[in-house]
Design a protein around this ligand. Structure first.
Ligand code: 6PG
Length: 478
């Protein structure tokens, strides 16, 4: 065969990825379960580059040069396993199967192990940027073996988004499931970013009394500063959109129930297992869940709230500035928590992930792309063992400078009865990290009281137990 890469699964993501490869000068083999899709792609976009359509799995495999590189772009879970089962018997040692879907990293680890035994490289690749990204340049997070990356990396570099400094947004994240793990955390951070932006909107609407159009203008202004990011940009677009049917703001006609396909939930489930506090991401997932319980919400409408405190124009403008500070500070916390989770996953699975290069490949192409990621990159580049982003001097100073307004925002939200779980959780995390002593000492005392679970002392080594039911003397528990 002559094709350097093959794509099977030609729904919108697969189709756009195939076109992206072809537009960048590669010969691309095409395959889809129903051949009509394959033909439609060639009919519509055949002149964009060199495509080799294949009707059968055999024909597809034969169209590829060796070692074969074929990308699976089907639904995560069962459908992915089915396609692997179909192709694996047709492949030879050294060939590479790439899964570009949103797979769970544990599935990727299992598939990699099983295929490795058969001499086939399996590469789980996180791809972010939606349909547009797939076509014009996504951020790409490949896992898998170093050997497979040597043959695959140069192809991915051609289609990846380019960061402002020109570097392609792709790197070998680490072995087996590392790429899909990092993509999962990317999505968790995506949820947190979206929740924080939603809270800012809610406050500007309910407390400052701004219209959606005015809030769009506010976000556009913020987008010229340190909050410069894709999600802020599209938020302004959504907020300024008018519904054609009603002539009112689009945001007012959409049902307020947020859906989710599951990657945010996976992030939190995994964080719980790893013991990593990702409270901001968890609150974002819970906020979506809460919004989707109509019966619960209906029943709760009778609950009392505070009296409204309308702000005059000047006070509203001052408040908007405070919200910007709260949003930025909370965003720093979300990323701190997300990168902590990547660090913990990397240690748990021995992936040796370079956090600076993860930040680097998120600078363009992906949904969470933002100017601020370049600063995260330089924080980890200058100190790869940085235990927490909040220990970077610059970020610590910035969040410190924002804290008064951040607190004022949360206080106003609480007083006015506007739910801000993201802002509040982020602030609680910040304050917990600042605390010299935490009430965890009391928790330990309670555990020792009811279950003889023992505790450690601050003044000498060892584990101890107090005879709570007896004379309350202390015994060594080692
Ligand atoms: C991306 C996105 C994408 C994700 C959607 C929907 O990086 O391009 O993260 O992979 O599937 O954003 O996610 P939810 O349906 O869970 O909101």
């Amino acid at each position: 065969g002559t094709a350097q890469i093959g794509v099977t699964g030609l729904a919108v993501m697969g189709r756009n990825l195939a076109r992206n490869f072809a537009r960048n000068g590669l010969t691309v083999a095409l395959h889809n379960r129903t051949t009509a899709r394959t033909r439609a792609l060639v009919d519509e976009f055949g002149d964009e580059g060199s495509f080799v359509p294949a009707e059968s799995a055999r024909e597809f495999v034969d169209a590829l040069e060796r070692p074969r590189r074929l990308i699976i772009m089907v639904k995560a879970g069962e459908p992915t396993d089915a396609v692997i089962q179909e192709f694996a018997p047709l492949l030879e040692e050294g060939d590479v199967i790439i899964d570009g879907g949103n797979a769970h990293y544990e599935d990727t680890r299992r598939r990699e192990r099983e295929l490795r035994e058969r001499g086939i490289h399996f590469v789980g690749v996180g791809i972010s940027g939606g349909e547009e990204g797939a076509l014009h340049g996504p951020s790409i997070m490949p896992g898998g073996s170093t050997e497979s990356y040597a043959s695959l990396g140069p192809l991915l570099e051609r289609i990846a988004a380019k960061a402002p400094d020109g570097t392609p947004c792709v790197t070998h994240v680490g072995p087996d499931g590392a790429g899909h793990f990092v993509k999962m955390v990317h999505n968790g951070i995506e949820y947190a970013d979206m929740q924080l932006i939603a809270e800012a909107y809610h406050l500007l609407r309910s407390v400052a009394g701004y219209s959606p159009r005015r809030i769009a203008d506010t976000f556009r202004r913020w987008n010229t500063g340190r909050l410069d990011s894709y999600l802020i940009e599209i938020t302004a677009e959504v907020l300024s959109h008018t519904d054609a049917a009603t002539g009112g703001p689009f945001v007012d006609i959409v049902e307020d129930r947020a859906e989710q396909k599951g990657t945010g939930r996976w992030t939190v489930q995994t964080a719980l297992d790893l013991g990593v506090p990702v409270s901001g991401i968890a609150e974002a997932v819970f906020a979506r869940s809460l919004s989707g319980h109509p019966a619960l919400r209906e029943a709760s409408r009778s609950l009392q709230g505070p009296a409204a405190e309308p702000l005059d124009e000047e006070a509203a403008a001052r408040f908007a500035d405070q919200v910007e500070q709260a949003l930025y500070a909370s965003k720093i916390v979300s990323y701190t928590q997300g990168f902590h989770q990547i660090q913990a996953g990397s240690e748990e699975y021995g992936w040796d992930i370079d956090l600076g290069s993860v930040a680097a490949i998120w600078r363009a192409g992906c949904i969470i792309r933002a100017a601020f990621l370049d600063r995260i990159r330089s924080a980890f580049d200058s100190r790869p063992d940085l235990p927490s982003l909040l220990q970077d001097k610059q970020f610590a100073e910035e969040i410190g400078a924002a804290q008064d307004d951040w607190r004022a925002t949360v206080a106003t939200a609480v007083r006015q009865g506007v739910p801000t779980p993201g802002f509040s959780a982020a602030l609680a995390y910040y304050d917990a990290l600042r605390a010299e002593r935490l009430p965890a000492a009391l928790t330990q005392g309670q555990r020792d009281y009811f279950g003889a679970h023992t505790y450690r002392r601050t003044d000498r080594p060892g584990s101890f137990h107090t005879l709570w039911g007896g004379d309350r003397s202390e015994v060594a528990a080692d």
